[in-house]
Design a protein around this ligand. Structure first.
Ligand code: NAD
Ligand code: IPM
Ligand code: MN
Length: 356
């Protein structure tokens, strides 16, 4: 039996609440299958750790994480620690230092999930966002000059390297090609006259190697509108770090809400561990109440099974989520139910074991 070593960074707010349910489901799915098992190692890093130690993770944190097969993360950020510190020193640090340059975010409306638009169905809302995850608007390049003075100037520089742009676009073409889907690029070359002109050129160049993949290219403002008005246009989508961040929250809203939106931060070369997480944050407004929806965390666990090569188990988890949504019996308040986080986790386990 193959044993996978998973680093668990539950983090802040609802992070630990949802990750507990995800682990419950992962353990059960592995046990029922019999081919694999998990060894979870818990890291207490996050905002509480920061308030105690003055840092978001241990000094040798990245060294420690390197030894794992994957990282399972809850959420990072909480009032009391500035967001740009908590996120840059933990979540973004892991994405960057482990070169997790592909962020895969399925926007898929399952049967039974609520959809805010009229024409939203399982057939029309079925997208796979591939977000650049290592540079772009999130490069962290900039300066803050004459701080507090009348002549104050801040610079936040987008960094689009040829290597970084080409590899994410190529990854997206490979994904679209493998799945027989169209590929849509989302950019903004009319206003961003260096970075996005370059992005579009690279997209054009790489597309020549994939003549069988049908492509489309939209400006980000129009894309936001079209995702609502005509979502079926979008199958596989590739976009930059910031645009991908924003559009996948919009996508989450289309596909049932933040409680159902999952993401995988992938280092395709597998030199470093990849990281799996719900795309929502720590939700301070509902933290500690036991009512956070754990299904996004379960969905990201399903992505982890896929990544390890157990697509059949990944699919079982997704089917279990869908079955739960269809029966509408055990759901958290964000989905109109009255159940708790752990009741939802238990219900997924019951579906997997056939006892529900
Ligand atoms: P958020 O995703 O935490 O919450 C937005 C809204 O969605 C809130 O009303 C919240 O209650 C609701 N929500 C989110 N997840 C839910 C779930 N599982 N079940 C039910 N409702 C859910 O975004 P925010 O409020 O903008 O950010 C809060 C903090 O989280 C900030 O510190 C932010 O920087 C951080 N953040 C972290 C991550 C991450 O760790 N991946 C992602 C986004 C935001
Ligand atoms: C996400 C989050 C992060 C991002 C934040 C917390 C830095 O919003 O994973 O979508 O912008 O990437
Ligand atoms: Mn986001």
């Amino acid at each position: 039996m193959k044993k996978y070593k998973i680093a668990v960074i539950a983090g802040d707010g609802i992070g630990p609440e949802v990750v507990n349910e995800g682990m419950k489901v992962m353990k059960k799915a592995a046990e029922l299958d019999g081919r694999l098992s998990f060894e979870f190692t818990y890291f207490p890093w996050g905002c509480e750790y920061y308030l105690e130690h003055g840092k978001m993770m241990a000094d040798d944190g990245m060294e420690q994480l390197k030894e794992f097969d994957a990282i399972y993360l809850g959420a990072v950020g909480f009032p009391g620690v500035p967001d740009h510190i908590s996120l840059w020193d933990l979540l973004l640090r892991i994405r960057k230092d482990f070169d997790q340059y592909v962020n895969i975010r399925p926007i898929q409306l399952l049967n039974g999930a609520p959809c805010p638009i009229e024409n939203g169905t399982k057939e029309t809302i079925d997208m796979l966002f591939i977000r650049e995850n290592s540079e772009g608007e999130y490069a962290g390049a900039g300066d803050w000059l004459f701080k507090g003075k009348p002549e104050e100037v801040v610079l936040q520089t987008g960094v689009f390297s040829r290597k970084g742009t080409e590899r994410i676009i190529r990854y997206a073409f490979e994904t679209a090609s493998k799945n027989g889907k169209t590929l849509t690029s989302i950019s903004k070359a009319n206003a961003l006259n260096y970075s996005m002109v370059f992005w579009d050129e690279v997209f054009e160049e790489v597309s020549k190697g994939y003549p069988h993949v049908k492509t489309a290219s939209y400006l980000v403002d129009a894309a936001a509108m079209l995702m609502i008005k005509d979502p079926k246009r979008f199958e596989v989508v590739v976009t930059s770090n910031l645009f991908g961040d924003i559009l996948t929250d919009l996508g989450a809203a289309l596909a049932g809400g933040m409680g159902l939106a999952a993401g995988a931060n992938i280092n395709p070369e597998r030199i470093y561990p990849s990281m799996f997480e719900p795309i929502h944050g720590s939700a301070p407004d509902i933290a500690g109440q036991g009512i956070a929806n754990p299904l996004a965390a379960v969905w990201s666990a399903s992505q982890m099974f896929d990544f390890f090569g157990y697509e059949d188990i990944g699919k079982q988890l997704l089917n279990a989520i869908e079955e739960l949504l269809e029966t509408q019996s055990v759901l958290t308040p964000d989905l109109g139910g009255t159940s708790t986080t752990s009741e939802v986790g238990d219900a997924v386990v019951d579906i997997l074991t056939g006892s529900m």
